[in-house]
Design a protein. Structure first.
Length: 479
């Protein structure tokens, strides 16, 4: 088992430290030349190709030219002439993975090294779902530089919140901005479009009036919408107007027989709490109704509510919601993964949280069980599921946690191929990019992960990374 040198934790990470994951472990570093620009053609021969559109295809040859897949040839075809050949015998090629819910600037201890670690774990595209533009734009610029070891990055800018703002910078990181009128909402979206935002993110304290204004402005500026269900609205009212909903949060409040009455209670409490701490008020609202709503789930009401979500991607951040059930620090590879990070992170994350009890029977797993059940209900209804982690929040190691997310989605009832869909085709579809990303076919982007084991037999095999190709470059191969 190979080890990661301490130098990988340094902020001034070099190309020599950009390494890949093999068998859940970190291989030895390679020299700078191991990161290879795809200036010519590359042939990956005799490989089993797996994607959620075409399923499994054995004995294929995949031909790349720069950042494009130019051909996928079946076994028995004439071997194409290429500048470089990679032997894929006994290996499995999947599309590059997405993490649909990350915060690049939430914790500055992670920001500098996060992009390279996404790549190391096969995450070739990320969707940043909340950060102030003055902090985020320099990070995006560095990630998009020609020589950057980084995934493709799409970003929303700040959480577009109401009054009061939840993430206001007082006791929590500053991620949100206030939108207390339809006019301010329209100005916010226009400014984000001008600054290059890929989509917008609507947060929980917006009023119905502001929500409608944000939706109208996003439509005017042709920006997709990610959202939490605002506490002043019901999921069934919000979902038809947005492109994704995050965390399953507040969906439970629409799955009870008295959903309208619960909404009235929330609106009254929101009005009474205006002017106080947004973070405290939001947390209080969740404590007030969440567990009671979960316990009172009404089958007919929930089925009706979920029908309204059929065209809206749900990003459950399942690994976050099920921490009590699947704590990452119980994994055999956790300690080694944490060792890659700076000293301050290692010290923090070695200390177990107060809620953790070694005996699972002593942990509160109500929201974890609800999450698995709700994902299964949504999946049966035909609601699209997207893979996102909320990295680096709550023990989410960049890249590493995406594989945890896939495992929890499978535990919730998705097949391994459906879990792969959630991290490939579904996120590409959010941006209407599924004609160029998310599958392995001619004309697609050359974002690929070569695995040493079959992920359809065991989704944990997505960790068995042999090589990553991202943004036109072959990343280092392990020794």
């Amino acid at each position: 088992m190979t080890q990661t040198p301490t130098s990988l934790c340094a902020i001034g990470v070099t190309l020599a430290a950009i390494v890949l994951l093999l068998c859940g472990c970190t291989p030895e570093p390679r020299d700078d030349a191991a990161v290879e620009p795809l200036r010519g053609t590359v042939s990956i021969r005799n490989v089993t190709v797996i994607d959620a559109n075409a399923g499994r295809r054995s004995g294929q040859t995949v031909l790349l030219d720069g950042d494009s897949i130019v051909a996928v040839l079946p076994g028995g075809s004439a071997e194409p002439i290429a500048d470089k050949t990679i032997d894929g015998s006994g290996k499995y090629l999947i599309p590059g993975l997405w993490d649909m819910h990350v915060h690049l600037t939430f914790d500055k201890r992670f920001t500098a090294t996060m992009p390279a670690d996404f790549i190391r774990y096969g995450v070739t595209s990320v969707r940043d779902t909340g950060g102030l533009m003055d902090k985020l734009l320099p990070v995006v610029e560095r990630m998009r530089a020609e020589d950057a070891i980084a995934p493709r990055v799409f970003f929303s800018g700040p959480l577009l919140d109401g009054e009061p703002v939840v993430y206001d910078g007082a006791d929590v990181p500053e991620l949100g901005t206030r939108n207390d009128s339809a006019e301010s909402a329209a100005r916010s979206v226009k400014a984000l479009k001008e600054q290059g935002a890929s989509f917008i993110k609507i947060y929980e304290m917006v009023s119905p009036e502001v929500f409608a204004a944000l939706v109208d402005a996003a439509s005017e500026h042709q920006l997709p919408i990610a959202a939490h269900v605002p506490l002043s609205l019901r999921a069934s009212e919000v979902a038809p107007h947005v492109d994704s909903l995050e965390h399953l949060r507040n969906v439970e409040l629409d799955c009870v027989a008295d959903a309208a009455e619960l909404l009235s209670v929330r609106r009254a409490r929101l009005a009474a709490g205006a002017g106080g701490s947004g973070f405290v008020l939001r947390s209080e609202m969740h404590r007030l109704q969440r567990n009671d709503a979960i316990a009172a789930l009404d089958e007919a009401a929930c089925a009706e509510a979920l029908e309204t979500l059929r065209d809206t991607i749900q990003v459950p951040t399942a690994r976050l919601n099920t921490l009590s059930m699947f704590p990452p620090f119980e994994r055999s590879d956790w300690a080694e993964a944490v060792e890659q990070w700076p000293d301050a992170v290692r010290e923090d994350w070695r200390e177990l949280p107060g809620w953790y009890k070694p005996d699972p029977g002593e942990r509160d797993m109500r929201f974890a069980r609800y999450t698995l059940d709700m994902i299964q209900r949504m999946h049966r209804t035909g609601v699209p599921i997207g893979a996102g982690t909320d990295t680096p929040i709550a023990y989410a190691l960049p890249g590493y946690s995406l594989h945890n997310e896939l495992e929890v989605l499978v535990a919730a009832g998705l097949t391994p191929l459906e879990a792969l869909r959630s991290a490939t085709i579904v996120p590409a579809r959010f941006f209407s990019l599924d004609d160029s990303m998310g599958s392995i076919a001619s004309g697609m982007k050359a974002d690929l992960v070569l695995l040493d084991a079959n992920p359809l037999e065991d989704i944990r095999n997505t960790r068995r990374i042999h090589r990553v190709i991202a943004r036109g470059r072959v990343m280092p191969a392990p020794h």
